[in-house]
Design a protein around this ligand. Structure first.
Ligand code: COA
Length: 202
């Protein structure tokens, strides 16, 4: 298994957005049907950081999720940006190469999904669902690695089938709420019952 297959993929041509700023506060909520998804690699990295700060706050770097993926780069083929109808950046999703290392030292590659970040003024209008759907759909069916994340089961379970049912024996390199350590796979039988989640080092 090589994460290199998730290099940038060419999406269907989209109008080149004028990506230069975050949107003004919305007068009305955006219509999700108008969300335009483009590769995250096409976005200025400074703008990505602005969206993450807005969604998670400036102390986000202390989160355990950052330690899980420490030293890795996000996977361009699975990471997207959502633009609003004015072609302003509305939200982002990043996916990362991680591994669960079991008691025998065997590393099980997984895709870490998130952060999913939607600008506060645009939350609840469908951008989050569009972003997660884009990443999950882009996963190569020939290498359907389990997807792991730290998030609200009420959201990621309800809409995407993530569950904490099989992660009870997993450990993370920092504090975590077991109810928020979620995994999604078509075949839960392949999941190790115990292990430590950390960056994939190929
Ligand atoms: C969580 C987040 C990504 C969801 O994206 P969004 O664009 O706001 O949500 P969507 O419009 O796609 O979905 C809206 C639906 O999800 C529900 N929902 C949104 N956030 C939820 C949450 N944290 N828990 C449970 N349900 C949630 C809404 O109630 C709504 O339900 P409805 O369709 O029945 O009305 C976004 O709110 C966000 O960026 N939050 C701050 C950062 C964060 O916590 N990210 C997730 C951890 S990686």
């Amino acid at each position: 298994m090589h994460f290199s297959q998730y290099k940038p993929r060419r999406l269907p041509p989209a109008p080149r957005p004028a990506i230069g700023a975050l949107p003004p506060p919305p007068a009305t909520k955006a219509c999700p049907a108008l969300a335009n998804l483009i590769p995250l690699a096409d976005i200025d990295p400074a703008l990505i950081e602005e969206v993450l700060d807005a969604a998670f706050g400036p102390d986000r770097f202390a989160r355990t999720a950052y330690k899980v993926r420490e030293g890795t780069e996000w996977l361009p083929g699975l990471s997207f940006a959502a633009l609003d109808e004015g072609d302003h950046l509305a939200g982002t999703i990043q996916c990362w190469p991680v591994a669960l290392t079991d008691a025998a030292g065997r590393r099980h590659p997984m895709i870490m999904v998130g952060p999913v970040a939607v600008l506060p003024g645009l939350q609840g209008t469908g951008f989050g669902k569009a972003l997660v759907t884009a990443s999950l759909t882009a996963i190569d069916p020939r290498a359907p690695l389990p997807q792991v994340m730290i998030g609200d089961a009420d959201y990621y379970g309800r809409f995407f089938g993530f569950s904490a049912a099989n992660t009870g024996g997993w450990r993370l390199p920092g504090p975590w709420d077991p109810a928020r350590l979620l995994v999604r796979t078509a075949n839960p039988a392949i999941l190790p019952t115990e292990g430590m989640l950390g960056p994939w080092r190929g």
